[in-house]
Design a protein around this ligand. Structure first.
Ligand code: ZN
Length: 396
């Protein structure tokens, strides 16, 4: 069925098949052939290679569909591991995941992003060593490290093109230097792009769909995935949805644009607005000099959930701005689904989801249903699969 050139790109076939198996959990060779448009013989050959390398194993038989039940294959989760690092303004999170993407160890700590990289990267490396030891994962089974952080980036050479988290990180060869310390391959990527493709790998979206992700941590980013591939643009700095202008008369943003969405709808904007709202800062015990922006923001979001009218008004206003971004995303990329991801959607996700869905329903040019929702990977209970064209908004 799928005829996209992406599916037919021969050098990527092995990775594509691995990705499909990962997102499906278990799948038959016939289903792999249907999903890729490749011949049964090619799929059988690729699966045989992957089994030979110990990456894929057979997993019983699928439900009968009229003929002989087909053999299922799945990833061998313990065959390999990888390390993920998220470097944020306030927090550095490190995870070890198995081949199926399941988290086997995690740590987070503060302060590293304010250090110069020469000081921070050895500390990050030592935390990785400790985490691998705790999880009893041998380094020779670690495929590599994915480091996600702010855009813009020169992803090809592993350099941040932004003075974030501090000016010392600008143009520093962060991926190469960390790879030298760890003696492991390190790939730098945009945090929002990584969140977007993560939804596909974790089986949270229909693998055939074109979907967008709005990612909110301390900043706002975005990603679009087309048939299992992140849309990269010309320099892997695509879908910077937090830096679209929503006010041509607005303030100048550090990015160079004016009136950027992030400065109206992001966590720092909400905390600033809450501090300027009479009585609210006192009620929520907000700290104007609070070092941890996301903690202050979470207070506002929790108060909105609890029914504080001022806090709720601010969160709803933020959500309407993000609804504008979602409408823009649907207009530019014709997406089926918009996933809301990132730590700053966690507390008030029901408000954000409802308002953003409402804006998309009301304002989308394509005049067809587009689902907006969040996907909480941490609890499993809320995990779901989205398949086919959505017809309504579903709560997370
Ligand atoms: Zn900007």
């Amino acid at each position: 069925m799928a005829t996209s050139p992406i599916w037919a790109s021969r050098p990527k076939t092995r990775g594509l098949v691995l990705d499909l198996i990962r997102s499906a959990r278990t799948i038959t060779r016939i289903e792999l052939a249907e999903a890729t448009g490749l011949t049964g013989a090619t799929i059988s050959e690729v699966v045989r290679e992957l089994m030979g390398d110990g990456l894929v194993v057979e997993a019983g038989r699928g439900a009968p569909t009229g003929g002989k039940p087909r053999t299922l294959v799945q990833l061998n989760p313990l065959a390999r591991y990888s390390v993920g690092i998220q470097l944020e303004r306030n927090t550095c999170v490190i995870v070890v995941v198995d081949l199926a993407g399941r988290q086997v160890a995690r740590t987070s700590f503060q302060g590293v992003a304010t250090m110069p990289p020469e000081q921070a990267l050895p500390l990050v490396a030592s935390q990785i060593d400790a985490l691998l030891a705790t999880a009893a994962v041998d380094r020779d089974r670690v495929l590599g490290v994915g480091l996600v952080s702010y855009g813009p980036q020169d992803r090809r050479v592993g350099v941040l093109l932004t003075p974030q988290p501090t000016g010392k990180w600008l143009d520093y060869p962060v991926a190469r230097r960390l790879a030298e310390i760890l003696e492991l391959p390190v790939l730098l990527d945009n945090d929002a792009a990584a969140a977007a493709i993560g939804e596909y790998w974790m089986g949270a979206v229909d693998p055939r769909s074109t979907y967008g992700c709005i990612y909110m941590a301390t900043g706002i980013g975005g990603g679009v995935v087309v048939a299992g591939e992140v849309y990269r643009g010309s320099s892997s700095n695509s879908v910077e949805i937090g830096h679209i202008s929503i006010d041509v008369n607005g303030d100048e943003c550090p990015c160079g644009n004016i009136g950027c969405l992030e400065n109206y709808a992001g966590p720092s904007a909400l905390v600033r607005q809450a501090l300027a709202t009479p009585g609210l800062a006192q009620r929520l015990a907000l700290d104007p000099a609070g070092a941890d922006l996301l903690t202050e923001f979470a207070r506002v979001a929790a108060a909105a959930n609890a029914g504080d009218p001022d806090a709720r008004g601010l969160v709803e206003q933020s959500a309407r701005y993000l609804g504008s971004a979602a409408v823009t995303m649907t207009g530019l990329f014709d997406v089926d689904t918009i996933v809301l991801a990132g730590p700053s959607f966690a507390v008030a996700s029901s408000i954000y989801q409802a308002v953003i869905q409402q804006e998309v329903d009301r304002r989308t040019f394509a005049r067809r249903p587009i689902r907006c929702g969040s996907y909480r990977r941490s609890t499993g209970r809320t995990r779901r699969r989205w398949a086919g064209r959505p017809s309504s908004c579903r709560a997370s």
